[in-house]
Design a binder for this molecule. Structure first.
Ligand code: FRU
Length: 517
């Protein structure tokens, strides 16, 4: 987010947040307010942004997140916390990290120190170690450049309680204005920890043998990739090339503003990493998700080798309007958790996103509608859309110039359009008339995603929650995540297509809420 905004918001609330009583997360009951996502993670109340500290340990997935417990807009940051056994149903936990004299607790990551390299745990009981950015408001206001440093905290009780390391910060600031969002990984080949840090318009890599003493390794990105805004929340991991024995190193870098459809977005690089230097093979700018609402996403650490998945979650909003969306008493949700894979497409390797299979446990009453859009007709009948739904269908086209469009709508005339424009081979989500849109001029609009594939047939899966749609197509190489705020539920759908376009069947699955016990 912009520096001016940070100063403005934080100055107003600094005093309240630095007194640190143990604050339980407010319990607002059954999570049924208007627009409340029913199968996406939200805090019960108040402000949330980036996912932080994603780590799996002893049967539990941890989700920490940027949290301001005193308001529904951004303010002095804490780490909120939730735990899940399946990445689908979450238990809200007490706040994990509070601001202290070194600053607010900005984004960061968590690892399990299995070998007790830090000496903070024991060999039998390894420490869960969080490394995060301290943002010292007083330093920023005084016009200094070194107000962001990296701190460490650890937990010896499976993430329930946290102790800040007494020697914080573990990585002081050498005088760089934006110096934040550490993602720490274990690099097995060089037997060391590697930290990737966002530094204004590039990332910097640091190495450590004990998580405490960090040494600069290299920089990447000043002259590569998108530069429409500040670089934030990077990630670095190795990923198998699907269907081969090859692997590549992937770097995710969120950028705000500068995303292809405006505001916040996440670009990625495909390349090689030797433990010290990252080299990109990518020549064009690649985006993880073309929707406007998937930002600051990173992946879980310590996923067991027998699972082997690379699991991702993003913040389902955009800094252009995140603080004014019409929800109460909370603001922001996370995207669905997704498995990332690297797939070959005609123009080259692409990162593909697929919602995790655990979400299938939410499916109830799947129904197959048939025939929905026979060839020769340009519009289908109207069908009921359950509140919380997965829609799955394959579009068969006789020509790649043919269009198809799915309309989710209600009796109030509000609608979200999702489709494929054949002539330009682009997917789109159009939320121009989706209900409440006037809270920001950046919200309404038609947003597009270029396809890497050129096939005539297209398989689409769309997850519709109370205030979001997530569109996946072409084996996950198309992902579009978009919010909407209709005044009444979008409770019907229909399909339209060019003559020649055919949809034999649509599978409609009602999804149960993750919040009902
Ligand atoms: C990204 C971000 C991070 C920062 C955090 C502050 O959305 O701006 O760079 O650590 O949010 O809440």
């Amino acid at each position: 987010m912009s520096r001016a905004l940070l100063i403005f918001l934080a100055a107003a609330t600094l005093l309240t947040a630095c007194s640190q009583p143990e604050k339980p997360v407010a319990d607002h009951g059954w999570m049924t307010e208007p627009h409340r996502p029913q199968f996406h993670f939200t805090p019960t109340a108040q402000w949330m942004n980036d996912p932080n500290g994603l780590v799996y340990f002893q049967g539990e997935y941890h989700l920490f997140y940027q949290y301001y417990p005193d308001s529904t807009v951004w303010g002095p940051m804490h780490w909120g916390h939730a735990i899940s056994n399946d990445l689908v149903r979450w238990d809200h936990q007490p706040i994990a990290l509070y601001p202290d004299s070194l600053g607010f607790i900005f984004s960061g990551s968590a690892v399990i120190d299995h070998k007790n390299t830090s000496g903070l745990g024991t060999d039998q009981a390894p420490a869960m170690v969080a490394i995060y950015t301290y943002h010292l408001m007083e330093g920023e206001k005084a016009g200094r450049h070194d107000f962001q440093t990296q701190g460490l905290a650890y937990s010896l009780d499976r993430g329930r309680t946290w102790t800040k390391y007494s020697g914080n910060p573990v990585l002081p600031n050498p005088g760089k204005h934006d110096f934040r969002d550490p993602k720490v990984i274990w690099h097995d080949a060089s037997k060391k920890w590697v930290m990737i840090l966002a530094v204004k318009d590039h990332v910097e890599l640091f190495g450590s043998t004990n998580l405490i003493d960090w040494k600069y390794l290299s920089s990447f990105g000043e002259a590569t990739g998108a530069h429409g805004g500040v670089w934030e929340c990077p990630d670095l991991f190795e990923l198998n090339v699907a269907g081969t024995n090859d692997s590549k190193w992937m770097m995710l870098v969120s950028i705000n503003p500068g995303a292809p459809n405006g505001g916040s977005g996440t670009q990625y690089f495909i390349g090689h990493f030797d433990g010290n230097v990252f080299q990109s093979e990518t020549t064009e700018t690649l985006w993880l998700d073309y929707g406007k609402d998937n930002y600051a996403g990173v992946t879980w650490s310590n996923i067991p080798a027998e699972d082997g998945r690379r699991l991702f979650v993003g913040w389902m909003s955009n800094w252009q309007y995140a603080q004014v969306v019409p929800t109460h008493p909370w603001r922001s949700a996370m995207t669905l958790p997704r498995e990332l894979a690297l797939k070959r497409t005609p123009p080259g390797l692409r990162l593909a996103s697929t919602p995790i299979h655990e979400l299938n446990s939410l499916i109830q009453a799947p129904e197959t509608l048939t025939p929905v859009l026979p060839t020769g007709s340009s519009s289908s009948s109207e069908y009921p859309l359950p509140a919380g739904a997965l829609l799955e269908f394959t579009v068969q086209r006789t020509d790649t110039r043919e269009d198809v469009e799915l309309e989710l709508f209600n009796a109030q005339g509000e609608r979200v359009l999702i489709g494929l424009t054949g002539a330009v081979n682009q997917f789109f989500v159009d939320r121009t008339q989706s209900g409440k849109t006037d809270f920001s001029t950046d919200f309404p609009g038609k947003h597009v995603a270029p396809r890497a594939m050129a096939t005539k047939d297209v398989t689409v899966r769309i997850w519709v929650d109370a205030s979001s749609v997530e569109v996946f197509a072409d084996d996950g190489t198309i992902a579009m995540t978009e919010l909407y705020f209709s005044t009444q539920p979008l409770d019907r759908f229909r399909l339209r297509g060019s003559v020649g376009t055919q949809v034999d069947s649509v599978r409609v699955s009602a999804l149960r809420s993750i919040w009902t016990k």
